[in-house]
Structure formats: structure tokens, C-alpha cells
Design a protein. Structure first.
Length: 711
């Protein structure tokens, strides 16, 4: 096999059927990352596990205490019968170093990536096809003919899949993996990709994201033996931001540099491929203005000139490797991208000012005055969807914009319509076609008796989603980061806990408006409605749980009493079915119980013997979750859980959503893995009111939401 090429068998990759699933989730398995954590039966009433050297005593429910055959370490062979496939992924990643992250396909689809998934989205048909062979963050993408190339970041150690950085070549029509490149060659994330040439002479340029980036060029992309590395050399001494190609030429931009590359055939016989060489020319900036700190993007003009956008808001025009013109101050702040149209005009997008600015083929300003709405974010990527010009000089632009708030937006406007000779951009319209969270997603919760769910993020965005229509129904911007969410199972109200200590309570039917604000003296880290809707538990960073009681028949809640006793802040809470008891887990792995009647901690655990069940399973350290803790877990590896019927759903630090039979009250149990996230899973919820069994998981810092459906 050729150098740096690997077959598909080298990876634990996902299949690409209608409901793709990881090979690791195709059957029930033992936890692949470690052997189970042993539990010790301390006495008739208690079983104990050790987390971070601390013994955690867990009360055994009465029915298991009376079962003399109960052994917490008994090996259970029961498979997890249900399986789920990835049905829909919400969001887009617009914060990466490489802005070339949206492309159009001949099928009419838009291709982009989020987490470890490449999405092929048809906005007209409202459908997604998903390429799922990656096992960690996708970092960049390039398109050419029928091939797509996607680069992957280096990943986790404690996982069953290959986590080395590499490039995958795949067919966009069939979604079949063609080749894996560089599985053992790259020591850091893949930073940028670009195709060169065409047909049998098609090549792929790869730049890594190391401190001294290396440029590698691979040929024989369609060969049965796999691609071979044709050229390799250090590309720059600093970070690379973009790699843009035309024919066999490339322009590379980065921290303080612009570099031109070209593959030339020095032989008189053009068929002698061995005579080809990789040549570079360092870009020479003009001395008339200060050299920019960063050059973020580049594009080839219709006349062959090169256009670059930099951190000072300038668009520079290059002939060969020299700046010949500067469109100074095109933007206030950095330029995010440049999009060239068929008449030679081009649109530049502001990475900081969010403005769309238009120049003609002679580099004269012909359009300004359009700015992205603040809530949609600034401009990271520009792609032309449609363009036309009439005989009277009017130009009509229809763009797809990828934003820094992780949204994909359609922008349309015109210039010069009806004889207007000003530079005013007219009839500007923005429409969000892919809604995302702009920062770390911190919680997700289902809405009772419906197929809807709420999610909240660090940037203060609260979103109500429709899982059937796959769209946001409404969004609300809070005045600080959203840390926790819950929705009442008895009424259509919800509560949101913010980092600044504000408790927000609202009605789902009012589209997130008319929110009641209750000021709590400490940052909120958890909220939980009692099943009877009479109580709302609010956990705060001062280690207390504040219990709010409903005021009569209204939807107003007033703080009534506190539960104090934890030595660290509370992370998870569950109410009992009768709303009389609460259990809680803290950051230092305590499991405590509380009584509403006594308004204090339950120290005599015999009081719990008559409990039928708990109304939820958000606490990760309980008798019902003994089996989710592998031996190597340090107490922070398991982040979240939820249960629905006989299914337990768990999210961990390694991007995995794991399924167990519920209750998982023995340590040696089987599980299934659902792979799609690359960051820590920060929230999971079953959609109990959906007509199809569904799960939604939140991807933390990758700002994604993945919707899984039973298959």
C-alpha cells in the first residue's frame, strides 16, 4: 500500500446508512474504555463504590435488600435491545481557524461540518445526509469533482475509536469512504485542505496545525493502492489560516504571511510527472501601510489577481507575489471572507463588523450599508448561491453566510436597481437556514406531552426546538450564561438558571416573552420542578438547594426554605414521584436525600423505604446507576444521564452517548455507544412525548445538538 494511505478497516468508523451508527453501537458490549468499577456490599443496607479515593455509600432499596441473591458485581449478560441512529444534527461550526467550512454541491446541498459529522443539507427539501466516518472534530473541508476531503483533529485517549489526526477522502454521492490519508503522519490537527489540478491529475494539499505547519501534497487520489505523498516541506513558521487553490496554484494565508505555491512541470515533455516540482514565493506586502498581524482569507479574482482579507480590515490586491493595490479600511476590524462573482465583482464579509461590502471588477466600491443582525453573529464564510445582472447595471446577490455564532444565513440584496447610482445596498433580507448555539451548550430538557425540547448555552441563548420539523420555534437571549434548564411535567412552564444568579421562569406558550426574573444570591447550577408543580428546587454555587413554592394557583414561585449540607455545589437533582423527597449529587460525589416535610436532610434512610420510584434520573451517582462507572472514571468522566422506561442514557467526557438497560444497578452490565459528538457531552434527554423514540444530546464546547431516533 502507498505511503500514508490506510484502508477503511484501520478505523472503527461509522456506516453511512439511513440511520448511520457506529460499529461499536451495532451490538451490546462491555465498556470498551475500562473494566467495570467494583462495588462492595458493606452491609445489608449499603453498597459502596470508590471515586477519586473517596468511598461513596449508596443505600440499597428495600426490594433488593430483601433479595438475598442480589450481588452488585454479578455479571449481567442481558443485551441492550434498543438501538438508535443519528436522525438530525443541529448547528454549524463557525469558530474554527479555517473559514472555508461551507461549500455547495451539484445536488443543491450545502456541505458543512459540526462536531465529528459532515452534514449535506438540502434547504429546499429540508433533508440531511450525514457523513459519519470521522471519530473526532472535523476541522476543514475541500471539494473537487465527486470527491470531498475532510480533516480531523487529534482526539481522546479513553475511547474505542482511532483518534489520530488524518484526512479522509470520500464520495459525496454515495458517502463512501475512498481513502484515509496520513493516519500515522500528522502529529497535530489538520489545519487546511485544497485540491489541485483535475481529472487523473487531481492532487490534494494538506497543511497541519502545528507550530511550524507542514505542507504535504498527495497524488494518485483515485488509485486502488491509495494516495502517495508527492511533496512535503515546512510551509510557514507561524499559524496558517487558509489555503485556496486555482488550477495547480495555491495561496496560503496566516499569521503575518501570504505564500504562493505552484506545481510546475520543468520537463519539455508534460507527461513526465516525475519532473514536477513544488515552488513557493513569499508574498511581499506594501510598505505604504503597516503589515497586518493576520491574513484570514484569500480568493482568486476573475482576472487572475489574488484578493486577501486581513486583521486590519483591508482587502489587498496581489499580482503574483506583490501587493499592487490596497482597499484600505474596507471593514472595521478583520475581514472574514471574500466571495467573487461571475462579473468580476466581489463581496467581502466582516469578521468583526458583520458588514457586507461590494467592489466591482475594477476594485471600486459599489455597495455598502448591509450588516448582519447582531443576534446572528459576524461573517466567517461567504458562498454565492445565485447572482445575476441586468442590462441596466443592476446586480442581484444571493449569498449563504456562515457566522461566528454558528448559524448559516441566506442573505440577499441588490445594487443599482431602478437606476440607483449610489453605493447603497438595497432590499436586504436575512433568513436563518441553520440555527445553532453560539457557544458551549450546557443543558437540554424535553417538553412533556410533545416532540419539543429546550436547550441553553454559555452565550445566554435559550432555544425551543421542534424535533419533528427539525427547527427552532423561538429563541430568547438571556442576560448571562444559561447553566441549567427544566420544564414542568404538569404545566407548560419552564425555569432557567443563569450564571449571574438570575432565575428565569416563563410560559412555553408565550414564546419566551414575559419572563419572570427572581434574583438569587449565588450563581445557579441546577433547577428541577417537582412532579406536582408545587415546588421548584434551585441549586446554587454556594452549595445550597433553595426550594421555591408555588404561590396559590399562579405560576409564580417564592423562595421558602433551603436545604444545606453539601460540601460542594450540587450538579444533579431528582424529585420523588410523590414530590415529598429530593435527592442530589454534588461535585465532590455526595449523594444526599432531603425531605420537604421536615425541610431538611434525611438522615434516617429508612424513611425512603416506602418510595415507589423517582420521577427522574438526572443524578449520576445512585443505586440505579452503579453500572455506568468504569474503573478508570475519576468522578468527572460521567457528566449526565436520563432514563425513560427501561432505557438509561448517559453522556461522558469522551463524546459518547451510552445506552444501558435501566436500572443499571449492577457494575457488570452491557452498553451501547452512540458516536457523533467530539467534545464532552453536557446534556442528554429522552423525548418522552415524541411519536418516535428519540434522544437529544448536547455537545458542550462543540455547540452541537444531536437528535437520535430508534431504529
Amino acid at each position: 500500500m502507498a505511503e500514508d494511505a490506510e484502508s477503511v478497516g484501520a478505523l472503527s468508523v461509522a456506516s453511512t446508512h439511513k440511520h448511520p451508527k457506529s460499529l461499536k453501537s451495532a451490538k451490546s458490549i462491555r465498556d470498551a474504555s475500562a473494566k467495570p468499577r467494583e462495588a462492595v456490599r458493606k452491609d445489608e443496607d449499603t453498597v459502596e463504590i470508590i471515586l477519586r479515593g473517596r468511598p461513596i455509600p449508596i443505600r440499597i432499596p428495600k426490594k433488593y435488600r430483601e433479595d438475598e441473591s442480589y450481588d452488585p458485581n454479578e455479571e449481567i449478560e442481558d443485551d441492550v435491545e434498543v438501538d438508535f441512529g443519528l436522525e438530525w444534527i443541529y448547528g454549524y461550526w463557525g469558530k474554527g481557524e479555517n473559514g472555508s467550512n461551507i461549500h455547495f454541491l451539484p445536488t443543491g446541498e450545502i456541505v458543512y461540518y459540526v462536531a465529528s459529522v459532515v452534514v449535506l443539507y438540502n434547504p429546499e427539501a429540508q433533508t440531511q445526509r450525514l457523513y459519519r466516518n470521522h471519530t473526532n472534530d472535523v476541522t476543514c473541508i475541500a471539494v473537487a469533482e465527486s470527491l470531498r476531503a475532510t480533516g480531523q483533529a487529534e482526539g481522546h485517549d479513553n475511547t474505542s475509536t482511532v483518534q489520530k489526526p488524518h484526512v479522509q477522502l470520500w464520495n459525496y454521492d454515495s458517502l463512501d469512504l475512498v481513502h484515509i490519508i496520513g493516519l500515522d503522519s500528522f502529529e497535530s490537527d489538520i489545519g487546511a485542505l485544497a485540491f489541485l489540478g483535475e481529472g487523473d491529475d487531481l492532487m490534494l494539499a494538506v497543511v497541519d496545525a502545528s507550530q511550524r505547519p507542514e505542507l504535504s501534497v498527495y497524488s494518485d487520489l483515485q488509485s486502488d493502492d491509495g494516495p502517495s505523498r508527492k511533496f512535503s516541506e515546512v510551509a510557514a513558521s507561524t499559524k496558517v489560516h487558509s489555503l485556496t487553490s486555482s488550477g495547480k496554484g495555491m495561496v496560503m494565508t496566516g499569521h503575518g504571511h501570504v505564500t504562493l505555491w505552484r506545481i510546475d512541470n520543468e520537463s519539455e515533455d508534460e507527461n513526465e510527472e516525475d519532473e514536477e516540482s513544488l515552488k513557493r514565493k513569499q508574498g511581499l506586502f506594501t510598505r505604504k501601510i503597516d503589515r497586518p498581524k493576520d491574513v484570514y482569507c484569500a480568493a482568486y479574482a476573475e482576472n487572475g489577481d489574488i484578493l486577501t482579507g486581513d486583521s486590519d480590515g483591508n482587502v489587498m490586491v496581489w499580482k503574483a507575489n506583490k501587493v499592487v493595490r490596497v482597499l484600505k479600511g474596507a471593514h472595521r476590524g478583520a475581514v472574514g471572507d471574500i466571495c467573487v462573482h461571475s462579473d468580476g465583482s466581489f463581496v467581502s464579509g466582516g469578521l468583526e463588523d458583520g458588514a457586507l461590502v461590494v467592489f466591482n471588477a475594477d476594485y471600486q466600491l459599489i455597495g455598502a450599508g448591509a450588516t448582519m443582525p447582531e443576534n446572528l453573529g459576524k461573517i466567517r464564510r461567504l458562498q454565492s448561491r445565485r447572482f445575476s445582472a441586468d442590462d441596466d447595471g443592476a446586480r442581484f446577490y444571493h449569498l449563504v453566510v456562515g457566522t461566528t455564532s454558528n448559524n448559516i444565513v441566506e442573505a440577499s440584496f441588490n445594487i443599482g436597481k431602478d437606476g440607483d447610482d449610489s453605493t447603497n445596498i438595497a432590499e436586504v433580507e436575512f433568513e436563518t437556514i441553520v440555527q445553532g448555539h453560539g457557544d458551549e451548550v450546557r443543558d437540554v430538557v424535553d417538553i412533556a406531552r410533545s416532540d419539543k425540547f429546550l436547550s441553553g448555552s454559555k452565550d445566554g441563548l435559550l432555544v425551543l426546538w421542534d424535533a419533528t420539523a427539525h427547527k427552532a420555534l423561538w429563541t430568547v437571549e438571556m442576560d448571562d450564561a444559561v447553566n441549567a434548564i427544566d420544564a414542568s411535567k404538569a404545566k407548560d412552564i419552564f425555569a432557567v438558571g443563569l450564571e449571574n444568579g438570575h432565575l428565569m421562569i416563563g410560559d412555553l406558550e408565550e414564546n419566551g416573552s414575559n419572563l419572570e426574573t427572581v434574583e438569587v444570591s449565588s450563581s445557579i447550577c441546577g433547577v428541577a420542578f417537582a412532579p406536582n408543580n408545587e415546588f421548584l428546587a434551585v441549586a446554587t454555587m454556594d452549595n445550597d438547594i433553595r426550594v421555591f413554592c408555588r404561590d396559590g394557583d399562579s405560576d409564580k414561585f417564592e423562595e421558602t426554605f433551603n436545604f444545606s449540607g453539601h460540601s460542594a455545589h450540587v450538579k444533579h437533582m431528582d424529585w420523588s414521584d410523590d414530590s415529598l423527597f429530593l435527592r442530589s449529587n454534588s461535585a465532590d460525589h455526595e449523594l444526599l436525600f432531603w425531605s420537604v416535610e421536615s425541610r431538611g436532610q434525611v438522615t434516617d434512610l429508612d424513611q425512603l423505604d416506602d418510595l415507589d420510584s423517582w420521577a427522574s434520573q438526572r443524578c449520576t451517582i445512585t443505586f440505579e446507576t452503579l453500572g455506568i462507572w468504569p474503573e478508570i472514571a475519576d468522578g468527572t468522566d460521567i457528566n449526565v444521564c436520563d432514563a425513560n422506561g427501561d432505557l438509561l442514557i448517559v453522556g461522558d467526557d469522551f463524546g459518547r452517548v451510552k445506552l444501558y438497560n435501566y436500572p443499571a444497578h449492577r457494575t457488570h452490565v452491557k452498553s451501547k455507544e452512540l458516536l457523533g459528538h467530539s467534545a464532552h457531552v453536557s446534556g442528554v434527554t429522552a423525548l418522552r412525548g415524541s411519536d418516535v423514540a428519540r434522544i437529544v444530546s448536547a455537545g458542550g464546547r462543540e455547540a452541537s445538538l444531536i437528535q437520535w431516533a430508534a431504529i
